[in-house]
Design a protein around this ligand. Structure first.
Ligand SMILES: Cc1ncc(COP(=O)(O)O)c(C=O)c1O
Length: 386
C-alpha cells in the first residue's frame, strides 16, 4: 500500500528532538520556530512530559469513557485554574476539528437553531460543519456544503450587526479565531469580540472562541480571545494541549446542561492523553510559559519590525506573522535549507512563527540573525537580476 499523497513534504526526516531543537537523520540540528504547526507548546521531549506519559503507560494506557477516569477530573480542574475559567465544564476529544464540530453541535442543541456565522479567512478544520465554516471552497466537498453557514467580513461590526438585525433569532452560533492562523495571523479586534459577545447575549446565540491554534498560552494569555475582556460561551482547543499527543477539548460555560449521549467519543479523554495534557499544564504553570511567550514574542516582534523589507509584523506572544513583499517568497525555504530553521507559512510571502512557549531569547536571536542574513541575500540577488 502507498500513502495517500495529500501533503507537500520537505525531504527531511526528524529522528531526535529536544526543547526547541530537532535533528535529522544526518544529525543536522534545526531550530524549531514552527512547533510542528503550533503543537509543541512546552518543547520537544520535555522530561516531565516524557515521565508522566511513560509512568501512565506502565499503569493503564486506555480504557473507555464507560468507567471513572479520575485523570479527566484532575485535568478539568487544572485547566479551569490555569485558563481562569474555573466554572466551565470540559468535554475531551481528539483534535481541533472535532472540538469545533462538538462546539457547533452543542450550540445548536442549546438554542435549537441552525445558522452559524463565520468570517472571511477563517479556518476551523476539515470535517463536516468545521470545514463548512472554513473559508476555503477548495477543501469543502459537495457533501459538506450547507446553507446554514454565512461568512461575514472579518472585524466588520456593521456587517455583524446587520446580520443579527436581519435574522438574529435564527443564529445558533458565531465562531471566530482570536488570531486567524491559516488566514495569515490576523487578529480579531477587541471591539469586534465585544460586539459578538453583546449580540450573542441579546439574541441568545452562542459565542464560540476557536482557540485551537491561538490558545493554550501561545498569545501570552491562555485564550487569545481574553484580551477583549469578555468571556466566550465555548472555547475549543487542541494543538498545544498535548504537546504532540493527540487531544482536543471544549470548555463549556455553566449555562449549558449536559445529558447522557449528547456528545461522545471513543478515544477522547483517554488515560494517556490526560497524562500528556496534565504534564503540559504543569509545565506551563511552573515555568511561567505564558509570561515567557509574551516577553520573547514581544521582543521578536519589535526586532522584526526593524527589518526594512518586512511589510508588516502581526500577532501576539509566540504566534507571529511576518508579511514580506511577494518577490521575497523564498525566505522560508532559505531559512530551512540554508540556516536549518523550521518556520510555517500562511502564504509563501507570509511566514508564521509558532515555536514552543519556552523559546529562549538566545534562540529568538539565532532566528533573527539568520532571518537578517536571508533577507540580505535575497535583496542582493534581486538587485543582480534587475
Ligand atoms: C484555528 C484552527 N481551528 C481548527 C483547526 C483544526 O485542527 P485539527 O487539525 O487538529 O483538526 C486548526 C488547524 O490548523 C486551526 O488552526
Amino acid at each position: 500500500m502507498e500513502l495517500f499523497d495529500v501533503y507537500p513534504i520537505n525531504n527531511i526526516e526528524i529522528v531526535k528532538a529536544s526543547g526547541s531543537s530537532v535533528w535529522d537523520e544526518n544529525n543536522i540540528q534545526y531550530l524549531d520556530m514552527y512547533g510542528g504547526h503550533a503543537v509543541i507548546s512546552i518543547g520537544h521531549t520535555h522530561p516531565h512530559y516524557v515521565k508522566r506519559i511513560t509512568d501512565q503507560l506502565n499503569k493503564v494506557g486506555f480504557y473507555s469513557n464507560s468507567v471513572k477516569i479520575p485523570l479527566q477530573v484532575e485535568l478539568a480542574e487544572k485547566l479551569g485554574k490555569v485558563s481562569g475559567k474555573e466554572d466551565y465544564q470540559l468535554f475531551l476529544c481528539n483534535s481541533g476539528a472535532e472540538a469545533n464540530e462538538n462546539a457547533l453541535k452543542l450550540a445548536s442543541f442549546y438554542n435549537n437553531r441552525k445558522k452559524i456565522i463565520a468570517f472571511s479567512g477563517a479556518f476551523h478544520g476539515r470535517t463536516s460543519l468545521a470545514v463548512a465554516a472554513t473559508d476555503n471552497p477548495k477543501i469543502v466537498a459537495p457533501a459538506n456544503e450547507t446553507d446554514n453557514v454565512t461568512f461575514l467580513p472579518h472585524n466588520d461590526e456593521a456587517a455583524l450587526e446587520q446580520a443579527f438585525a436581519d435574522y438574529g433569532n435564527e443564529i445558533s452560533s458565531v465562531i471566530i479565531e482570536g488570531i486567524q492562523g491559516v488566514g495569515g495571523i490576523r487578529l480579531a479586534s477587541d471591539s469586534f469580540l465585544q460586539k459578538i459577545r453583546s449580540l450573542c447575549d441579546e439574541y441568545n446565540a452562542v459565542y464560540i472562541a476557536d482557540s485551537v491554534q491561538s490558545g493554550y498560552g501561545r498569545s501570552g494569555k491562555f485564550y487569545s480571545h481574553d484580551y477583549a475582556g469578555v468571556n466566550a460561551d465555548i472555547y475549543t482547543m487542541a494543538k498545544g494541549m498535548g504537546n504532540g499527543f493527540p487531544i482536543g477539548g471544549v470548555a463549556i460555560a455553566p449555562k449549558f446542561k449536559p445529558w447522557h449521549g449528547m456528545l461522545g467519543t471513543t478515544f477522547g479523554g483517554n488515560h494517556l492523553a490526560c497524562a500528556a495534557a496534565l504534564a503540559v499544564l504543569e509545565v506551563i504553570e511552573q515555568g511561567n510559559l505564558m509570561e515567557n511567550a509574551a516577553a520573547v514574542g514581544g521582543y521578536l516582534m519589535s526586532e522584526l519590525e526593524k527589518f526594512e523589507q518586512v511589510k508588516e509584523v502581526r500577532g501576539m506572544g509566540l504566534m507571529i506573522g511576518i508579511e514580506l513583499p511577494e518577490d521575497l517568497s523564498h525566505v522560508k525555504k532559505d531559512l530551512l535549507f540554508k540556516h536549518h530553521i523550521f518556520t510555517g507559512e500562511a502564504k509563501p510571502n507570509i511566514i508564521r512563527l509558532l515555536p514552543a512557549l519556552n523559546l529562549s531569547k538566545a534562540d529568538a536571536d539565532l532566528f533573527l540573525e539568520a532571518f537578517g542574513k536571508v533577507l540580505k541575500a535575497e535583496a542582493e540577488s534581486l538587485k543582480q537580476k534587475a
